[in-house]
Design a protein around this ligand. Structure first.
Ligand code: UTP
Length: 296
């Protein structure tokens, strides 16, 4: 039987340069989509997938992330005294179970692969998930699973390592990690190759690595030795390629939508999509959106 996936790594040490000046003093993961920080949305997704322990790889100027997942005594007290019971309950409901979050630092932004390697001691010798907080996923219906739950289900069925993928127009593939597709079973397929940011026109498919992974701990000694790759950074894709020589990798086509909140357009799209799906604001927001669209 496959070992269960209990822990997830959230690499949040990047500088978010595509979002300056917003990210000069605020971590990009703390920008809000509707009324929750991006990071809270992805932690919710991880909990839905059965993750019990979240490991954040942080960096300088990211201390506010740790505070977000802690109790806010003065605020809770004021809400109680003012009779704002619902708001207080909502805050308390989001509080993680004590001891279910760990924080470690990546002292320099040397790349995603290096950030994941920084979590090695906390993960230990068990398979784990990696969740890129930039990528916000939305299930295609209220009863459907979000992306990480779909990856965990594929892992339970097929074992090995799992990568969530998403289709993009062929002209866009040079910006991402791209996979080659082997034998297919429903929404899952064997990955026969991977390449990080292939030159335009040379990508093996239009399926990009979209920010949710299940990896075996054998990735850590590989990450320790892997040379700097695209962009002068230690790339997770390069280490996964080396691991793929020894272990199976499966791709999962996510049955839903993904928004790249690391880019301004993706972030704006996520706000529109999540607002339309949020019963508190959807009605009024739809009317506002219609009036704005009418002016185009
Ligand atoms: P990105 O490359 O999208 O994030 O990395 P970035 O570097 O913050 O963004 P830009 O390009 O400068 O705008 C994807 C994820 O990996 C994390 C980022 O925080 C982000 O969540 N990351 C990236 C690290 O934790 N460490 C790194 O060295 C690089």
């Amino acid at each position: 039987m496959n070992k269960s996936i209990r822990k997830a790594v959230f690499p949040v040490a990047g500088l978010g340069t595509r979002f300056l000046p917003a990210t000069k003093s605020i971590p990009k993961e703390m920008l809000t989509v509707v009324d929750r920080p991006i990071l809270q949305h992805v932690v919710d997704e991880a909990h839905e997938a059965g993750i019990e322990h979240c490991v954040f790889v942080t960096g300088r100027n990211k201390a506010v992330i740790e505070d977000h997942f802690d109790t806010a005594y003065e605020l809770e007290d004021v809400l109680l005294k003012r009779g704002k019971t619902q708001e207080r309950q909502a805050l308390l409901a989001d509080l993680p179970k004590p001891g279910s979050m760990s924080f470690t630092r990546q002292q320099a932004p040397l790349g995603l692969g290096h950030a994941v390697w920084c979590a090695r001691d906390i993960i230990g010798d068990e398979p784990f998930a990696v969740v890129l907080p930039d990528m916000l996923t939305m299930a295609c219906g209220p009863k459907k699973e979000r992306c990480l739950a779909q990856c965990v289900a594929a892992y339970e069925k097929h074992g090995g390592n799992i990568i969530a993928v998403e289709e993009v127009p062929p002209a866009e593939t040079h910006k991402y990690g791209v996979v080659s597709v082997g034998k297919t079973y429903g929404d899952t397929f064997e990955i026969t190759g991977m390449v990080e940011k292939p030159p335009q026109g040379s990508a093996p498919s239009n399926l990009i690595i979209s920010g949710r992974y299940i990896l075996s701990p054998e990735i850590f000694p590989i990450l320790e030795k892997v040379a700097k790759g695209a962009g002068g950074e230690i790339q997770l894709t390069d280490a996964m390629k080396a691991l793929a020589a020894r272990q199976a990798f499966h791709g999962v086509r996510f049955d839903g939508s993904t928004y790249d909140c690391g880019s301004r357009l993706g972030f704006l799209g996520a706000n529109v999509a999540f607002a339309l799906a949020n019963p508190d604001v959807a009605g009024e927001f739809r009317a506002l959106l219609k009036s704005l669209v009418g002016k185009l």
